[in-house]
Design a protein around this ligand. Structure first.
Ligand code: COA
Ligand code: ZN
Length: 313
């Protein structure tokens, strides 16, 4: 048995609510409001923001204003703006908007790939090869997100060997970073720890990000298991918004402010100003027109104190 990797003292949070959060909303958030919201998020110390997706407006109508959003948001030193992209057309649109990163998306399972992207994993890999060729002199970081890594709502278990085979293919193509996504909250902490340990040992030079949904209440437990295995980068969504509209039963991501609160109370540096983040989170119900699952915004931080009832003072 080799020694476990140390638990990181610093983590990076990628805020995905403007993409993963809005893609499943029924209401179109006006472009101006999206821009103000992303500008507020980029002032909180988040390392990276997934600002939108360059997908078909028929598939994801709530993000049909991707180019307008991407070109109008403030660009701050130290905050990378990334966008989700499924294909060549999305890549061209993203490159025209001076994104810092392109987050290519494919599925680990054939059925979710066909339903979500109309592509098998192999067809996605073919697209990615062309995309890497076209973008190689752009200076844009090319990440790939692997949906249904921990289980598929149609097929069930996705064998770990298949996941490793796809990661190996992505890295061989020249993909610079890989995000392992638990699209419908099927992962459990033991499974997460095992896979994270394997990938970190096998590809120590590749930045791995973990993307959890809290569909079955295991989001924070899974993030903790990944961190214990040595993972430093996490996707999370403000308020716990989010979900893939083409994955039955999908619900929100692990909540950013709850994740930041967990890490900060453990003494792990997220670089995020939690009070500033909570202030933005408190505006969400007005922005999207309904309540969100985030808990710390309602309960307050664990440092919150109440006055003793008068009878006991
Ligand atoms: N951006 C904008 N438009 C796009 C596009 C993109 N990235 N990719 C395709 N289109 C347009 C085409 O131009 C075409 O338009 P037309 O009907 O006006 O001619 C139409 O979409 C269909 O194109 P086609 O290449 O046949 O794609 P498709 O219908 O098989 O759809 C995807 C494939 C991947 C583009 C589409 O399924 C998609 O955008 N999915 C995104 C899913 C998603 O974001 N899920 C949540 C995240 S996990
Ligand atoms: Zn997601």
């Amino acid at each position: 048995m080799s020694q476990p990797l140390p638990c990181p003292l610093k983590v990076e949070i990628n805020e995905v609510a403007p993409r993963d959060g809005l893609q499943i909303e029924a209401r179109f958030v006006p472009t101006e409001e999206k821009i103000r919201w992303i500008d507020a998020l980029s002032a909180t110390g988040l390392r990276r923001i997934e600002a939108t997706s360059f997908t078909s407006p028929k598939a994801i109508p709530t993000l049909r204003d991707a180019a307008d959003v991407m070109t109008a948001i403030q660009r701050r030193e130290g905050v990378d703006m990334t966008v989700l992209v499924p294909n060549m057309k999305g890549t061209e649109r993203a490159l025209a908007c001076q994104v810092d990163e392109i987050n290519l998306v494919m599925s680990a399972s054939k059925s979710h790939g066909l339903v979500n992207l109309h592509m098998t994993p192999e067809q996605s890999l073919e697209q990615f090869a062309t995309i890497l060729n076209v973008s190689k002199n752009s200076g844009v970081f090319i990440n790939a997100s692997l949906s249904t890594t921990f289980g598929c709502p149609f097929e069930g278990e996705v064998p770990e060997a298949r996941v490793l085979e796809l990661i190996a293919k992505l890295i061989a193509l020249g993909i610079q970073g890989v995000t392992l996504c638990d699209t419908t909250g099927m992962a459990n902490p033991a499974q997460v720890k095992r896979l994270c340990e394997v990938v970190l040992r096998r590809w120590p030079e590749t930045p791995f990000t973990l993307h959890f949904h809290n569909t079955r209440g295991m989001g924070l437990a899974n993030a903790l298991a990944a961190w214990q295995a040595g993972i430093k980068r996490f996707d999370a969504s403000l308020g716990g918004m989010g979900g893939c509209p083409f994955a039955p039963g999908a619900t929100g991501n692990v909540c950013t402010e709850d994740l930041v609160h967990m890490f900060e109370t453990m003494g792990v540096d997220t670089g995020v100003d939690l009070d500033a983040l909570l202030a933005v989170a408190s505006t969400l119900p007005d922005l999207i027109g309904h309540d969100v699952p985030g808990q710390v915004v309602k309960a307050g931080k664990s440092t919150r104190r109440y006055s003793m009832p008068a009878a006991h003072v």
